[in-house]
Design a protein around this ligand. Structure first.
Ligand code: B1M
Length: 206
């Protein structure tokens, strides 16, 4: 069933992807398995085909649309009943970067772990992060980047938060990121995936 899900995602068949997620849930497959072995694995295949010029931006976009629709379906299962938020996390994808799937996943997992999420979307300039962090009294600012050309924007955000006099920790993640890079730009934390992002936030706000 997850084979079919990956294939439908690869072909950008949104309705089919949604139906297969429903079927997988009805068959009792754990949400994490549907997410990791179906959807995320499917997007990895999309990435390989894209890199090898076997598919192009329009195909990647329809796959991304199907992926976001499937994530919305899983969201109620990843997000527990509303409880008093444990803290506020302002999240966004940095300026110049339109990739939002990983960021959405991180936001969902954090919501599920009981944090209030202020999602600024994608292509977010440094000053927007600062404004939101201040007005929302954020405990953490979380940045995502998927491009080697945009990850450098993270440094601008870390510096903007500091120059605004805010002692709010910034955490970073996204495929091209590493712990070394996070250290180099003065980020307080780095997480390689959405589940570890929750651990990092938990540690910082403990
Ligand atoms: Co783009 N793209 N893309 N793309 N795209 C990549 C990233 C790329 C690796 C593809 C490739 O060449 N193999 C490549 C980047 C190369 C590089 O910089 N090293 C690339 C490129 C080159 C581009 C364009 C430049 C292509 C072009 O125009 N010529 C262009 C740039 C546009 C822009 O942003 N300005 C572009 C455009 C696009 C689309 C718009 C078509 C689409 C995005 C749609 C959308 O997001 N709504 C797209 C997609 C979908 C991809 C791939 C195929 C899939 C990304 C994805 O969603 N993965 C991607 C290839 C790949 O990643 N294999 C690729 C699934 C997602 C769950 O994973 O986002 O990595 P990910 O998130 C992970 C972790 O990274 C982590 O947690 C998540 C999982 O648990 N994580 C965090 C993410 N953020 C975090 C934050 C945290 C902690 C963890 O803390 C705060």
């Amino acid at each position: 069933m997850l084979d079919k899900l990956r294939e439908a995602l690869l072909e950008g068949k949104k309705a089919e992807v949604e139906a297969l997620v429903d079927q997988a849930l009805a068959a009792g497959l754990p949400t994490r398995q549907i997410l990791n072995d179906g959807l995320i694995a499917g997007m990895e295949q999309v990435g390989v085909l894209f890199k090898n010029n076997e598919i192009f931006i329009p195909e990647v976009l329809v796959a991304a649309r199907a992926m976001n629709a499937a994530l919305s379906k899983l969201e109620p299962l990843l997000v527990k009943d509303k409880v008093e938020p444990k803290g506020v996390v302002v999240i966004g994808t940095v300026k110049g970067d339109l990739h939002d799937i990983g960021k959405n996943l991180v936001a969902m997992m954090l919501k599920g772990a009981g944090y209030k999420i202020v999602d600024l979307g994608a292509d977010v300039p440094a000053d927007r992060f600062v404004e939101a962090a201040r007005s929302e009294r954020a405990g953490v600012v979380a940045l995502s980047a998927l491009l080697t050309t945009t990850m450098i924007q993270m440094k601008a955000v870390v510096e903007a938060v500091r120059s605004a006099g805010l002692a709010i920790p910034v955490i970073v993640g996204g495929a091209p990121l590493t712990q070394d890079y996070a250290d180099e730009i003065g980020a307080r934390g780095y997480a390689p995936d959405a589940a570890s992002a929750v651990d990092v936030v938990r540690r910082i706000l403990a």
